[in-house]
Design a protein around this ligand. Structure first.
Ligand code: NDP
Length: 449
């Protein structure tokens, strides 16, 4: 495995996030490769770390002042062995090849876990929607689609949202795709309800994460009733994680954005959550304004010199990182454990560093890696594709029932795989192994392609 990682480092220089994601999977699946010489002989893992296709392109657009702006667009089609490529677009200034390859790689395993036929991909741009007018966002999205439309399609690659890409962006992207192709197909998911979207899709990642965490608590005969929870982020995933936690009787005391975090000891109730949705989805304001509106809440700005995130240093029972990668480092993980946290379920992708994961596993925290616990979003995206193919729409209850079942199945798959390979209770190994085996079997059957 050492040689394998050396090879990866040599062929992917300057891609720390991608190497971090690969190294975690490679470590988990060691016993699987030992048991299956056919996977080693056909170099399944070596093939999996090489994207099937990576497209990088120029995205020129004109801002409101008439000035020409240029961003970089990407689509990484990582693995299509079990279905059409599927994975979101991220629009954020930090986007680069390493981040999208890590996200695409994670997506392959996550999608395999959902029980639905979807390959893995990821894409996006270093475009920052923050502070841009609606017209600027529209012009950017239209320009982005004029190139990427060649590589996607309802049976080829079906993108969705991620950081910085919500209902507004999906609308603009879909509009341009439809115009260019002159066809109305389910080429994107996260669409509006009147034009092919699915009920529960906006809620799916947050709800799914809480359903997964509930399954974990059930293994300990416990529930969310009365639990104090820390949630980071204040975007799509965070918003619906909070909603479901409130429904299940928990008290959520934190939220954040890239500028800082709020702590509301009394708890974020439904009325306050409604304000957060308005603040973030309509006004597109900052989380600091929560503390202006509700003076009982304390706002703490980000301080990079601190070396840890104050949000993870409050007393609580459970934590739901729902903002971005590597937001929990080793020190944060220690703070969480010292403050009584017994469960961590990741809404974000790879929010915990390898040092942080080690702390959780050593402390017997119930720890769910994002590729298992945040798979609800892509699962309902898969259900949106099914509804589009059938040209009908399911009720809210129907989709929610499917989502619950899928999260329960993913939980069982993780538990069974971790037990079969000798590390019961280790959801990291469970998720990596269960996802890997499904894709590996398909690759084996399809030969060297
Ligand atoms: P949104 O854009 O809706 O929200 C992202 C939130 O995280 C915002 O509050 C944002 O703050 C904050 N954030 C983003 N980057 C940083 C950063 N570098 N440091 C601190 N805070 C940051 O995105 P989503 O809620 O959709 O995504 C959140 C996470 O969940 C991501 O890791 C994503 O990959 C993952 N995910 C999302 C799914 C989905 O269905 N949407 C599915 C599965 C996983 P600010 O506004 O200041 O940037």
């Amino acid at each position: 495995m050492l040689d394998f990682m050396k090879m990866c480092e040599a062929s992917n220089p300057g891609e720390p996030e991608f190497l971090q994601a690969v190294s975690e999977v490679a470590e988990s699946i060691k016993p699987v490769l030992e048991k299956h010489p056919e996977y080693r002989k056909t170099k399944i893992l070596e093939r999996m770390v090489e994207p099937e296709r990576a497209v990088i392109f120029r995205v020129p657009w004109v801002d409101d002042k008439g000035e020409v702006q240029i961003n970089r667009g990407y689509r990484i089609q990582m693995n299509g062995a079990i279905g059409p490529y599927k994975g979101g677009f991220r629009f954020h200034p930090s986007v680069n090849l390493s981040i999208l390859k890590f996200l695409g790689f994670e997506q392959v395993f996550k999608n395999a876990l959902t029980t639905l036929p979807m390959g893995g991909a990821k894409g996006g741009s270093n475009f920052d929607p923050k502070g841009k007018s609606d017209n600027e966002v529209m012009r950017f999205c239209h320009s982005f689609m004029t190139e990427i439309f060649r590589y996607i399609g309802a049976d080829t690659d079906v993108p969705a949202g991620d950081i910085g890409v919500g209902a507004r962006e999906i609308g603009y992207l879909f509009g341009m795709y439809k115009k260019l192709r002159n066809e109305f197909t389910g080429v994107l998911t996260g669409k509006g309800l009147t034009w092919g979207g699915s009920l529960i899709r906006p809620e799916a990642t947050g709800y799914g994460c809480v359903y997964f965490a509930s399954e974990m608590l059930t293994t300990k005969n416990d529930s969310f009733e009365g639990k104090v929870c820390l949630v980071s982020g204040s975007g799509n995933v965070a918003q619906y994680t909070v909603e479901k936690l409130i429904d299940l009787g928990a008290k959520v005391v934190t939220l954040s954005d890239s500028s800082g975090c709020i702590y509301d000891e009394k708890g974020i109730n439904k009325k306050k959550l409604e304000y957060v949705l308005y603040l973030k989805n309509v006004e597109r304001g900052r989380i600091k304004e929560y503390a202006d509106k509700y003076p009982e809440a304390v706002y703490t700005p980000v301080d990079p010199a601190l070396g840890y995130n104050p949000l993870w240093n409050y007393k609580a029972d459970c934590a739901f990182p729902s903002a971005t990668q590597n937001e929990i480092n080793g020190k944060d993980a220690e703070n969480l454990v010292n403050n009584g946290v017994k469960l961590v379920a990741e809404g974000a992708n790879m929010p915990t560093t390898p040092e942080g994961i080690e702390v959780f596993l050593d402390s017997n925290v119930l720890y769910a890696p994002g590729k298992a616990s945040n798979a609800g979003g892509v699962s309902v995206s898969g259900l949106e594709m099914t509804q589009n193919s059938m040209r009908l729409s399911w009720s809210r209850e129907e989709v929610d029932n499917h989502l619950r079942r899928i999260m329960r199945d993913i939980h069982s798959a993780c538990v069974e795989a971790s037990e079969e390979y000798g590390t019961p209770g280790n959801y990291v190994n469970g998720a990596n192994i269960a996802g890997f085996v499904k894709v590996a079997e398909a690759m084996l059957a399809q030969g060297i392609v």
